[in-house]
Design a binder for this molecule. Structure first.
Ligand code: NDP
Ligand code: OXD
Length: 314
């Protein structure tokens, strides 16, 4: 049995070397140079493989994504019809929760503004609503959304989640499906998106959606935080909404095209907090161990966990 790492990213060999150290008995190979005979490959560990590449392995049984998101795989029309396992890992989840909570607080406590004021040696105080007056709405209320939501709830924010199916989480209001989206947005001052990118969520964070966010909340207008996927948003609509005051500020970790173009106005907008897709970096050690556990279990006949629903695309 061979495990092929097909990682279209800068530190691919770190990942395969680490797996070799942890499992010397496995035949670990690094694409493209060490691929060898395609019939040997039973497992692939993947990040953003070229279209059609994984279809070259006739004995492939499982694809492991090294990320929580799997849009980098599902977009391939030739993806083999084998189980795709995504990452659900406490280390990754906590990193995302840190990012979300930090950015909610950043806008709630007006730190973008105070940062500018510090540069200008400007000692102006601004009024400060309590967390209990601020409504946070989390679109994509799954593994990551719920973890962040619980911490925000405990800080005193009014938290709601929006997902396909209804959730029961104490102290958090749950909205489900397209029919409840407008009501969810209508009670949201800080909108957090942790949605996966699928045909259903494509560019849904757009001008029409921002118009449904209230302008008269405790923060004097809505804020957007997106750490899910960039193709769930329209970059141009966000910039327009910031310029027109429809959005008071935004934190974006993800963009329609990454890296973000040098000439994008999002880099320099005073309401923006921008990071280069680092909200929840995957720890190679933690993720390799997670994949190895699943792989060993599978060989013993156990059921794989966190298998993607191919129809839903996440
Ligand atoms: P989950 O699958 O656990 O959660 C996804 C949530 O989105 C679920 O609640 C799901 O609803 C909901 N959802 C999906 N499609 C729709 C839709 N059309 N309408 C309403 N709700 C929808 O994923 P995770 O929480 O683990 O991860 C979320 C995403 O975060 C990943 O897909 C990835 O793209 C991104 N990510 C970004 C990182 C970064 O560094 N920026 C790092 C890690 C992940 P339901 O629960 O009913 O199925
Ligand atoms: C992920 C990511 O999906 O890092 O895990 O974006």
């Amino acid at each position: 049995m061979a495990v092929l790492f097909v990682l279209n990213r800068y530190n691919a060999s770190d990942w395969s070397d680490m797996m070799r150290d942890r499992a010397p008995d496995l035949d670990v190979r690094l694409w493209p140079d060490e691929t060898g005979n395609p019939v040997d490959i039973r497992f692939v560990v993947a990040w953003n493989p070229p279209e059609g590449e994984l279809a070259k392995f006739p004995n492939l049984e499982v694809i492991f994504s090294i990320g929580a998101g799997v849009d980098h795989l599902m977009k391939d029309p030739h993806l083999p019809k084998v189980p795709v396992v995504r990452v659900v890992d406490p280390d990754l989840t906590k990193r995302m929760t840190e990012y979300v909570v930090m950015n909610v607080l950043l806008h709630h406590r007006r730190f973008r503004l105070y940062d500018d004021q510090q540069q200008a040696r400007d000692w102006t105080e601004h009024s400060q609503p309590a967390a209990s007056e601020v409504r946070v709405g989390i679109m994509g209320f799954g593994t990551l959304g719920q973890d962040a939501g619980l911490i925000l709830r405990d800080l005193g924010f009014q938290v709601a989640g929006w997902s396909n199916s209804r959730k029961q989480v104490e102290g958090i209001e749950s909205f489900a499906g397209g029919g409840e989206l407008e009501a969810f947005l209508g009670r949201t001052d800080i909108l957090v998106s942790l949605l996966p990118h699928t045909p259903d969520t494509d560019r849904m964070l757009n001008r029409g959606l921002f118009a449904l966010l209230p302008q008269d909340g405790a923060l004097g207008g809505p804020f957007l935080i997106n750490a899910g996927r960039g193709k769930v948003q329209s970059d141009a609509d966000i910039l327009d909404a910031l310029n027109e005051g429809v959005l008071k500020g935004a934190s974006l970790d993800v963009f329609e095209e990454e890296p973000l173009a040098h000439d994008s106005g999002l880099w320099v907008h005073p309401g923006m907090m921008l990071t280069p897709h680092v909200a929840a970096e995957s720890s190679p050690l933690a993720i390799n161990d997670y994949i190895l556990d699943q792989l060993r279990g599978y060989e013993l006949g156990e059921t794989l966990s966190n298998v993607v629903n191919a129809e839903r695309g996440y």
